[in-house]
Design a protein around this ligand. Structure first.
Ligand SMILES: Nc1ncnc2c1ncn2[C@@H]1O[C@H](COP(=O)(O)OP(=O)(O)O)[C@@H](O)[C@H]1O
Ligand SMILES: [Mg+2]
Length: 243
């Protein structure tokens, strides 16, 4: 569904992503794992049109068969157009709107849509996935706990009804029990037909649910394979799973 070929990202003289290639098949959960500063968010920003100094190719195939070049050489698509073709991102650090209620934050996620019934249906779905958001629908985003804000960020991304959902470090700052809960929900979202690119530092949690995994170190992919297989890989164990 999404194929990245020889992607480079620079910030001035900093070469943050150094020619990576990855493939995200339709219907799968693919994880991109790496330590702080490895270039994970830069990769996401390249997909969503948010970096300027970039090269390589990013090809996206919509479920209707339409092929779209998100990036070719140095031509990038605009962020708002990327939402329209069916890609949504929950950014690192949540970035929900603190002065708006949960309900208003979710409605904002649907800003590109005008199918009222579909929006209501998806709102119901998000509230089913995250009952805690439903109980607090009128609460201001800024008053939510870290875990609840993360649920809201994921819910808001779902409100654009994407085919491909990109989650940038959803587990950041969450207690282990909340990580487990959130990752169960990510599996449920995937089971409803959404393809998922999961960016994580938490290799253990991510490898458990991912069909396929890529490991990024200082801008290069050093290992790739089936998620569950990498869990038992000695190199992954010593570098990412605490031995
Ligand atoms: N806006 C920026 N300006 C300069 N350097 C940046 C910027 N954003 C990221 N970097 C650098 O690029 C590298 C990769 O960062 P990033 O993609 O955010 O990594 P990750 O998401 O894996 O933690 C790091 O060395 C970081 O310092
Ligand atoms: Mg990051």
């Amino acid at each position: 569904m999404l194929r990245i070929t020889d992607l480079h990202v620079w910030y001035g003289g900093i070469h943050a992503v150094k020619g990576i290639s990855l493939n995200i098949p339709k219907g799968q959960i693919v994880t991109l794992i790496g330590a702080n500063g490895a270039g994970k968010s830069s990769t996401v920003r390249a997909i969503t049109g948010l970096v300027k100094q970039v090269s390589g190719e990013i090809n996206y195939k919509r479920p209707n068969g339409e092929n779209i070049k998100l990036l070719s050489n140095t031509m990038v698509m605009l962020p708002e157009d990327i939402v329209k073709v069916g890609i949504a991102m929950s950014p690192e650090g949540r970035r929900i709107l603190p002065h708006l209620t949960i309900e208003e934050n979710l409605q904002l996620g649907a800003y590109i849509r005008n199918d009222k019934e579909g929006i209501l249906k998806d709102m119901d779905w998000v509230y089913t996935l995250f009952p805690r958001l439903k109980e607090r629908a009128w609460q201001k985003g800024g008053t939510l706990s870290g875990g609840e804000q993360q649920m809201l960020a994921v819910g808001r991304a779902l409100m654009s009804n994407p085919d491909l959902l990109i989650l940038d470090e959803p587990s950041l700052g969450l207690a282990p029990i909340l990580v487990r809960e959130l990752f169960n929900t990510i599996c449920q979202i995937n089971a409803m037909g959404k393809t998922i690119l999961l960016i994580e530092q938490n290799a253990f949690a991510a490898l458990h649910i991912a069909h396929r995994a890529y490991i990024l170190e200082v801008g290069s992919i050093v290992l790739e394979g089936e998620g569950k297989k990498l869990l038992t890989d000695p190199k992954v164990k010593s570098a990412y799973l605490g031995g």
